[in-house]
Design a protein around this ligand. Structure first.
Ligand SMILES: Nc1nc2c(c(=O)[nH]1)N[C@H]1C(S)=C(S)[C@@H](COP(=O)(O)OP(=O)(O)OC[C@H]3O[C@@H](n4cnc5c(=O)[nH]c(N)nc54)[C@H](O)[C@@H]3O)O[C@H]1N2
Ligand SMILES: Nc1nc2c(c(=O)[nH]1)N[C@H]1C(S)=C(S)[C@@H](COP(=O)(O)OP(=O)(O)OC[C@H]3O[C@@H](n4cnc5c(=O)[nH]c(N)nc54)[C@H](O)[C@@H]3O)O[C@H]1N2
Ligand code: SF4
Ligand SMILES: [Mo]
Length: 697
């Protein structure tokens, strides 16, 4: 029915786990309903563009399947049988479980677990305050950014870089191991400007022909996990052909002479054998890169999700240093701006109460942790109770058969605070209904640009949904946590956090719609030095200072043979890349996204398909020691033979047989400081009997 009262147009920020953190304009109808969402034209990074997932947010926020009341499990774990209970009973039961396991096994037997389903600083990170005050096990955040932080820090020393808006004034953009057409559409806005206005070139380095690769001038289809070899060969060519900027390196780098002699043996022929590219492709790319001063390397996360991924990112960041491109507007390299915000998160996270003697558990190894792996638990107690907010580990964490076994333990009590009945919520003892971003106040920083924003509460939540902060407030009282933040509103917390961090206060940020925190040219381009104490870019990475697992690594950039290499038994390399319609497992519940993604699909090279008798659209089975997955094949050009791709993250239940792609991915930590290795998996592959397909359809 058409509304008679015109909608109000309100400002917000996208809370989802996406580097774009778009500035939004939201139609609000009568204080209760959301209409269309648009990107703010006036924001110089968003520039009026958002992805279609969020433009259609009305179908998520007003979804009939949203959870609106607390639920208590009544049937066997995973049966989906729950009964509705009130909030007081729910919070009492949760608190009693945490107190009881603390009494019997110690506080470390409780593991609050969270990730970035919302990126709002108050609602996302507040769970750490409860953790620290009560001495619960700590969490090492490895599932997404860890390999990138390690690799970026090794060379650059500070996680920041040239203003991403400068992509619009570059003459060459190299999209290295990321697929912004799917994962951060705004990058394409700025690249498109550069192409239109300057005739800039776009190069994409990716193991398959992504949407981004399809529109590129050049697509280098590397074998997964071999990017460092390509980077080393480009450096070899730069030194060989006189493109090395010796004056720049003299001033800004630690040991150019050692690097030059090291890469002398890393020839294009050497790299061709490792990457599967031709020597001509490598020479052609190197020439284009070396001869373009304004060359902006935009690194994705994707190519770091391998055992050697941190080393690969370090190698890539060496390129603009060897060639002196950091000095130019539109030049250099960029992954994230997370260091520019200098937050004081003491109030949000209770950092004044951290006890560093409390054990830390690696979130990507949740399967190992919950199944009692002593490598993770150390001498401490097993994990017997969890509070989970903003994440769906049963679907998204690696080695998911193991994760599921962990969640099925009878002696584990799990409280899942969620918006939908995810596969994790389904395995919980207690499910609490959560608000969405337009139903609570929060504060946002952007990784992929430089804006601070506030997303205010715009509409009332449905049913009895509560925000993360409200749930923590309810639990704190019952658990004896007394931090002063529990007596504050989310708005008060974010306002104080802004002020003590040296930013304008909440009213000012809202009045101006956002605060542009991008540092000036000199700081962004490291004109006065890089992030290390000596002010230099480090060709020689001090991996030991970054992580304990560094023995197999090379301090100078190199290809490290630690990946799950193809073998005769497992001849295929699987990439489990993000799907366009979903955001991790979020939006797998919305009809628009499901229609777009159709069904779990495996991209297979035509030569492999012909050899294995796999027809387009037919079911295939793939597997390794961790599990087996069945999905439908799509025959696709653009990857090398032996490379297969499943765009994820579909719920397990959407696969034939009910096992999803993370059953195959490994929870082995990347070198040297951990990180999930989602795109580093060797598997076998075969055609699946057609009878199975008929049975499933
Ligand atoms: N639509 C959508 N958007 C998303 C997400 C989503 O799931 N869907 N996820 C969000 C999250 S949490 C994140 S962290 C970001 C991530 O966004 P990106 O930075 O784009 O990184 P990934 O999506 O991890 O990886 C993307 C690409 O990396 C490629 N890749 C894999 N292995 C290699 C390799 O060895 N070498 C090279 N060169 N490339 C490789 C894959 O083929 C894939 O095309 O996106 C966010 N945005
Ligand atoms: N195969 C494969 N697996 C992957 C990846 C991949 O590329 N391939 N990518 C990995 C990456 S990069 C990441 S970051 C992880 C992400 O994995 P997750 O962090 O688990 O992300 P989502 O699957 O989006 O789940 C977030 C959940 O938070 C809920 N949520 C959102 N906002 C709120 C809130 O305010 N309060 C509460 N209580 N809940 C909320 C949503 O409903 C959603 O179910 O997945 C990883 N898994
Ligand atoms: S592109 Fe990313 S930040 Fe922008 S609206 Fe979509 S999910 Fe949100
Ligand atoms: Mo991520």
């Amino acid at each position: 029915m058409p509304d008679t009262v015109p909608p109000q147009l309100r400002s917000s920020a996208c809370p989802h786990d996406c580097p774009s953190t778009c500035a939004l304009e939201v139609e609000v109808h009568g204080g209760t309903r959301i209409g269309t969402l648009r990107g703010a034209e006036a924001n110089s990074y968003t520039a009026g563009v958002i992805c279609s997932k969020v433009a259609r947010y009305a179908e998520r926020i007003h979804h009939p399947d949203r959870m609106t009341h607390p639920l208590l499990r009544t049937g066997p774990r995973g049966s989906g049988q729950f009964r509705r209970i009130g909030w007081d009973e729910a919070l009492d039961r949760a608190a009693e479980a945490f107190l009881d396991t603390t009494r019997r096994h110690g506080a470390e037997s409780v593991w609050p677990y969270y990730y970035a389903g919302t990126m709002g600083l108050v609602q996302r990170d507040g769970i750490n305050r409860l953790r620290h005050e009560l001495g619960y096990s700590r969490q090492i955040n490895t599932i997404c950014t860890r390999t990138c932080i390690s690799g970026w820090t090794a060379g650059v020393g500070r996680v920041a870089g040239p203003d991403p808006r400068e992509m619009a004034v570059a003459d060459l953009v190299v999209m290295w191991g990321g697929n912004p057409v799917n994962t951060q559409v705004n990058v394409m806005t700025h690249i498109t400007r550069a192409r239109k206005e300057r005739g800039a070139k776009l190069v994409v380095i990716d193991p398959y022909r992504t949407g981004t690769a399809k529109v590129a001038d050049l697509h280098l289809s590397v074998r997964p996990g071999t990017d460092a070899a390509l980077a080393c060969a480009v450096m070899h060519i730069a030194f060989r052909d006189g493109h090395a900027d010796r004056a720049y390196m003299e001033r800004y780098a630690d040991d150019p002479a050692a690097l030059e002699s090291h890469v002398a043996a890393r020839t294009p022929q050497w790299a061709a054998a490792i990457t599967g590219l031709t020597v001509e492709e490598i020479e052609g790319f190197a020439k284009l890169y070396c001869q373009t001063p304004r060359a902006y390397i935009r690194t994705g996360y994707g190519f770091t999700r391998s055992r050697n991924g941190s080393a690969a990112l370090h190698a890539v960041t060496c390129l603009p240093t060897v060639t002196g491109k950091w000095a130019h507007e539109g030049g250099g390299a960029f992954w994230s701006n997370r260091a520019i915000y200098h937050w004081d998160k003491t109030l949000i996270e209770g950092l004044d109460m951290v006890d560093t003697r409390v054990r830390e558990l690696d979130m990507s190894r949740i399967g190992a942790v919950l199944t009692g792996d002593r490598r993770d638990l150390g001498a401490g107690p097993t994990v017997n109770a969890m509070l989970i907010q903003n994440t769906n580990p049963v679907t998204v964490a690696p080695d998911s058969n193991k994760v599921r076994r962990g969640f099925l333990r009878d002696d584990l009590f799990t409280v899942v605070h969620e918006q939908f009945m995810t596969e994790t919520a389904r395995l919980a003892d207690l499910v609490l209904p959560a608000t969405m971003f337009m139903e609570h106040d929060d504060l946002y920083q952007a990784g992929g640009h430089g804006h601070i924003q506030i997303g205010p509460k715009l509409v009332a939540p449905p049913g009895e949904c509560r925000s993360n902060h409200e749930v923590l407030q309810g639990l704190a009282g019952r658990l004896g946590a007394t931090h002063r933040a529990y007596a504050m509103t989310a708005r008060e917390i974010l306002d104080e956090t802004l002020r003590v961090s040296g930013w304008p206060d909440a009213d000012a940020v809202e009045r101006n719609r956002w605060h542009d925190a991008q540092p000036d040219f000199a700081a962004s381009h490291f004109v006065n030095g890089f992030g290390h104490a000596d002010g230099k870019f480090h060709f020689r990475a001090d991996w030991a200072a970054i992580g304990a697992n560094h023995a197999a690594m090379s301090s100078l950039p190199d290809h490290i043979e630690v990946i799950d290499a193809a073998t005769d038994e497992r001849p295929f390399r699987l990439v489990a890349a993000p799907a366009r319609g979903f955001l991790n497992s979020t939006f797998t519940e919305t009809p628009g996204a499901r229609r777009r993604e159709v069904r779990p699909t495996l991209l297979v090279h035509p030569a492999d398909a012909a050899r294995l008798g796999i027809a387009d659209g037919s079911p295939v089975r793939l597997g390794n020691a961790r599990g087996e997955v069945v999905l439908h094949a799509a025959i696709a050009e653009g990857a090398q033979p032996g490379v297969i791709v499943a765009e994820s993250t579909w719920p397990h239940a959407d696969h034939i047989g009910g096992v999803g792609i993370n059953a195959l991915t490994s929870d082995e930590p990347a070198l040297p400081a951990g990180g999930a290795v989602f795109h580093d998996t060797a598997v076998w592959l075969r055609a699946e009997a057609a009878t199975l397909q008929i049975a499933a359809e």
